[in-house]
Design a protein around this ligand. Structure first.
Ligand code: 13P
Length: 239
């Protein structure tokens, strides 16, 4: 399983250090073999952790240059960062990223061997139009993306489930993940209101290879509980 904590614009550097100390010692003490990733804000980046992968939530696809307010490759390299979230719905819908700009980021960071967590997901109005509209919409978010890229992870995050406490039914998650599985062999994460109460059940679904967690992962102990749930699943499935 792959478990990711996306902090968004939450936590100070000091809070992130305290959080990482809890998660790292939990991973070590419990001999966790799942992949654990944390995406803090840029201001909280540190040199690499021993057993938790640190990634960024965004970056500008250049080595460096005159891009006021942006963080580019040179700044990531200083911290040894090799993982990035691309295409998150908050960047698409709140920060106005187009498929074209998302694709440019994908190409740039894929050429440099980054682990890319590429996010797709529909607004509620699209889901309400039915299955064909839903899949057509997801297909538009895959335009220009090399779904055979070896370090690709895809996260399905329905926009209406993010931060709302709403989640799709298990059948809806399985249907979307099996449609994505037909397009790619990349690991598939589910994201959107994942919490301690539903993470185990969601991770047990077919073609769900992990979770991308926002608000509920802000608590280090809740995130560790989800990591423990994944470890428990490995025992029951003999992985
Ligand atoms: P929530 O877990 O807060 O719904 O956020 C999900 C998300 O956007 C993770 O990237």
């Amino acid at each position: 399983m792959i478990l990711c904590a996306n902090f968004k614009a939450n936590k100070t550097r000091q809070e992130t250090q305290a959080y990482m100390a809890v998660v790292e010692s939990f991973v070590t003490a419990n001999d966790i073999s799942d992949t654990i990733m944390v995406f803090p804000p840029f201001t909280a980046l540190e040199h690499l952790s021993r057993n938790v992968l640190i990634g960024v939530q965004n970056a500008y696809p250049v080595q460096n240059g005159a891009y006021t307010g942006e963080i580019a490759l040179e700044q990531l390299e200083e911290f040894g960062i090799k993982s990035i979230l691309i295409g998150h719905s908050e960047r698409r819908h709140i920060l106005g990223e187009t498929q074209e700009s998302v694709t440019a980021k994908f190409r740039f960071f894929a050429e440099r061997g980054f682990v890319i967590i590429y996010c797709v997901g529909e607004p509620i109005a699209i889901r309400e139009q039915g299955d064909d509209a839903l899949m057509n919409y997801i297909d538009t978010q895959l335009v220009g993306i090399d779904t055979a890229y070896p370090d690709l992870i895809i996260a399905y995050e329905p926009v209406w489930a993010i931060g709302t406490g709403l989640t799709p039914t298990n059948d809806q998650i399985v249907a979307m993940h099996s449609a994505l599985r037909a397009k790619t062999s990349a690991p598939l994460l589910y994201g959107g209101s994942v919490k301690v109460e539903n993470a185990g059940e969601i991770m047990a679904l077919e073609n769900v290879d992990g979770v991308l967690v926002g608000s509920a992962a802000l608590s280090a102990s809740d995130f560790c509980t989800m990591v423990a749930q994944a470890a428990e699943l490995n025992i029951t499935t003999g992985e």
